[in-house]
Design a binder for this molecule. Structure first.
Ligand code: PLP
Length: 388
């Protein structure tokens, strides 16, 4: 396998490295305590105890009660489960509201619901990524089963005012779900002050392994499960629990709470350095959501007259990992639906690159990117040559 030791990893919104402490917490559950938590004997039950410990850790992380935490396989499953639960609770309510910039974990589910005959309204955003709450209020109807709006956008980092949206939904007596997948470990989460009905998290975005997610459920009495099967997760999700991953996400939640505020300040400083460096050295660039409240770690830049995929290829050759919002469907590239919703033309959208920083990002890495990016863009625009 290729040695990827000298990577400049600037794609933390895509996934994060599993923390050493998390790996260590998981290993005993592969090697020694591998019993089935549902088994009646002590060897099985020993693992169940650790699932409950992880549930308490995750609850503390977001200000919830342990009983309000459901372990799922992913952020995607958590989102689908929340919307499904609301629809099943009121079968006569066949309308769902979400933002136009949700992750495909939500928009694809919306398309699926359309096929089943449900109606989905997508609330538009302005060129800076903001949503008009008056417009949102106007879309909520007597047959609206749930409003689902993400807390932080994965492509731009733009934050939606979830507390205001929650209050609005409460006043309309409609359940509110927020996809907080990009928020975990970046800003504090307290479900008590937010007053949400459902909240989704994904382990691999905050240094737990892939394939484990959390759904916060405010009121279990109103919950209908998505995954049928055994009585695991207190009857809320069928399927034998992924014990090592559950233990891992519990450990990652505790680590995220312990992280010092100074580490978070470092990420913002480096993100601002990267952004300013790009804006001052490369003409015709636009920073997405620049005037909005954003995650400290996310920098999405639209380069005019540039194909992002070509830039990413050249960055990849230098060991720099970043990403574009374009999605590959049936062999062709489609512009990001997020930037399209912000009003940018399909052509412009093809030039957008997302750099997302994390706790291990260093000043040297930012300098490295700033040293190589301007000549790459210049060359791709046909303005000069790059030597590397
Ligand atoms: N929601 C958001 C905002 C995301 O960024 C992602 C993943 O990128 C997901 C949901 C899906 O999470 P998972 O990969 O755990 O299914």
């Amino acid at each position: 396998m290729t040695d990827f030791n000298s990577l400049v990893y600037l794609d933390y919104n895509a996934t994060t490295k599993v923390a050493e402490e998390v790996v260590d917490s998981m290993l005993p559950f592969f090697k020694r305590y591998w019993g089935n938590p549902s088994s009646a004997y002590a060897f099985g039950h020993a693992t169940a105890v650790h699932i409950e410990k992880a549930r308490r850790q995750c609850a503390e992380f977001i200000g919830a009660e342990p009983g309000q935490i459901l372990f799922t396989s992913s952020g995607t499953e958590s989102n689908n489960t929340a919307i499904n639960a609301a629809l099943r609770r009121h079968p006569h309510k066949r309308h769902v509201v979400m933002s136009a910039v949700e992750h495909s974990a939500n928009t694809s589910y919306g398309q699926y619901l359309n096929q089943l005959g449900y109606e989905v309204t997508y609330i538009p955003v302005d060129p800076d990524g903001s949503m008009d709450l008056v417009q949102l209020a106007a879309c909520i109807r007597s047959d609206t089963a749930i409003v689902s709006v993400m807390w932080a956008n994965n492509e731009t980092g733009v934050l939606f005012p979830v507390e205001d949206i929650s209050a609005l939904c409460r006043s309309c007596q409609v359940p509110f779900h927020t996809d907080a997948v990009q928020v975990a470990g970046k800003i504090p989460i307290d479900v008590r002050t937010m007053d949400v009905d459902y909240l989704s998290l994904s382990g691999h975005k905050f240094h737990a392994p892939k394939g484990i997610g959390i759904l916060f459920i405010k009121n279990n009495l109103r919950f209908n499960r998505l995954i049928q099967g055994g009585g695991q997760e207190k009857g809320r999700r069928g399927g034998t629990e992924n014990v090592p991953a559950i233990v891992g996400i519990g450990c990652a939640a505790s680590l995220a709470m312990d992280r010092r505020p100074s580490e978070k300040g470092k990420v913002l400083r480096l993100r601002n350095k990267l952004e300013l460096g790009i804006e001052t050295s490369i003409p015709h660039v636009h920073v997405m959501g620049k005037h909005n409240e954003r995650l400290d770690n996310t920098c999405n830049v639209l380069f005019e007259r540039t194909e992002a995929e070509a830039v990413l290829l050249m960055l990849d050759r230098l060991g720099i990992c970043a990403s574009s919002g374009s999605a590959c469907t049936t062999g062709s590239l489609n512009p990001s639906h997020v930037l399209r919703a912000m009003g940018y033309s399909p052509k412009l959208c093809m030039g957008s690159i997302r750099f997302s920083l994390g706790q291990d990002t260093t000043e040297e890495e930012i300098d490295f990117v700033l040293g190589h990016l301007p000549p790459i863009i210049s060359r791709l625009r046909g303005e000069g040559t790059v030597t590397n």
